[in-house]
Design a protein around this ligand. Structure first.
Ligand code: SF4
Length: 348
């Protein structure tokens, strides 16, 4: 079968890319809050200082866009709980069944930063940086030192992809790949476009939700002109994360032809009730994004206090199935280290 023609765009000539050092999103990222005490103060919650861990090795990081969606004075706000480092993260009795690499990333490494777990697709950790530190993150202990989009790393990954002709989809992950600026992303994407058999570029990113202004004209142009079919999987766990600006930016991505999906993690105290999940699915549809996966928590040390048991998860999904059209019910899955795909969880 004939290969799709490779576009030969001179991306460095795009005015949108040339002016990106002035991009507002970079300023917002540079000014993200890293001190949990400051975060509590901004939200009128100084009285709760005793709940937080100020010495965590997985530091607090949260953007102004995300903070603005948190209810002032509510220590149980479902967005705040996703970013606030709590003492529970280090309580041995709660965390004892967690591990540091719950999904077997290290054993799946094919070249630095390139993970090959599943048939037909490979995942590239293009950066270790994020715009937010989600307390439930399954990669909170990942050794990101080797992750970068330097020429050597990309060339090694591209060589591996080229020699494995069964791989037709590459997944950009991290960290968060959209933390890379448009020039770096353009360089990376053009190398991937040159791998003949690749058909799909999947981007997993929290940025449309936590730093929506990252979806700028330069990025829209870059994705619109990519020769690969672009799928973006956003990560929203609660409807409150998707307000006006997030909706506007997701609509812009949709309008340039990006397929938009969402994956969530089922998190105790955040979205473990059917009303919250139903509202999320309905809000996603308004944002042109379809629910894709609802993950059981990957058992990572430091996040076990978010764990929801499988029976409870099944009850929630059953309720969703009775309340929503099928296309708004995410698939309940868990990732098991060493398995050839995500494992769907069905009722017996
Ligand atoms: S944005 Fe993704 S990689 Fe970064 S902390 Fe959150 S879940 Fe982890």
């Amino acid at each position: 079968m004939a290969q799709p023609a490779k576009l030969t765009l001179n991306r460095s000539a795009s005015p949108a890319l040339l002016t990106e050092h002035e991009a507002p999103w970079k300023k917002e990222l540079a000014n993200a809050v890293t001190d949990p005490g400051t975060l509590l103060k901004k939200l009128g919650l100084e009285a709760h200082q005793q709940l937080i861990d100020n010495n965590t090795s997985f530091r607090c990081l949260v953007t102004e866009s995300f903070i603005n969606k948190i209810e002032i004075g509510n220590i149980n706000d479902p967005l705040l709980r996703q970013v606030l480092p709590l003492n529970e993260e280090y309580q041995i009795d709660i965390q004892q069944h967690g591990v540091t690499d719950p999904v077997g990333d290290i054993s799946a490494m094919a070249s630095p930063g390139l993970l090959h777990k599943y048939h037909g697709r490979a995942l590239l950790i293009s950066t270790g940086a994020c715009a937010i530190h989600c307390r439930y993150c399954f990669r909170r202990h990942y050794p990101y030192q080797g992750a970068s989009c330097s020429s050597n790393v990309i060339d090694d990954a591209v060589n591996y992809l080229t020699s494995h002709t069964e791989i037709d989809e590459v997944i950009l992950s991290g960290g968060d790949p959209l933390v890379l600026d448009n020039k770096k992303l353009a360089r990376l994407i053009s190398k991937l476009e040159a791998v003949p058999q690749l058909k799909t570029l999947r981007i997993h990113s929290r940025l449309p939700v936590v730093l929506p202004n990252r979806i700028d004209d330069g990025l829209l142009t870059l994705l619109k002109t990519c020769r690969l079919q672009v799928v973006m999987v956003i990560h929203a766990n609660h409807a409150n994360e998707l307000q006006h600006n997030e909706s506007r930016k997701l609509n812009q991505l949709h309008d340039v032809g990006i397929t938009l999906l969402n994956q969530s993690v089922l998190l105790k105290g955040i979205n473990d009730d059917s009303d919250a999940l139903i509202s999320l699915s309905k809000r996603l549809l308004e944002c042109k994004t379809l629910p894709y996966y609802l993950h059981l928590l990957d058992p990572v040390t430091g996040a076990m206090h978010f764990s929801v048991d499988e029976n409870q998860a099944l009850k929630l999904i059953t309720h969703l199935e009775k309340s929503l059209p099928g296309y708004l019910v995410p698939k309940l899955v868990r990732e098991i280290s060493g398995k050839q795909s995500k494992s769907a969880i069905f009722s017996i």
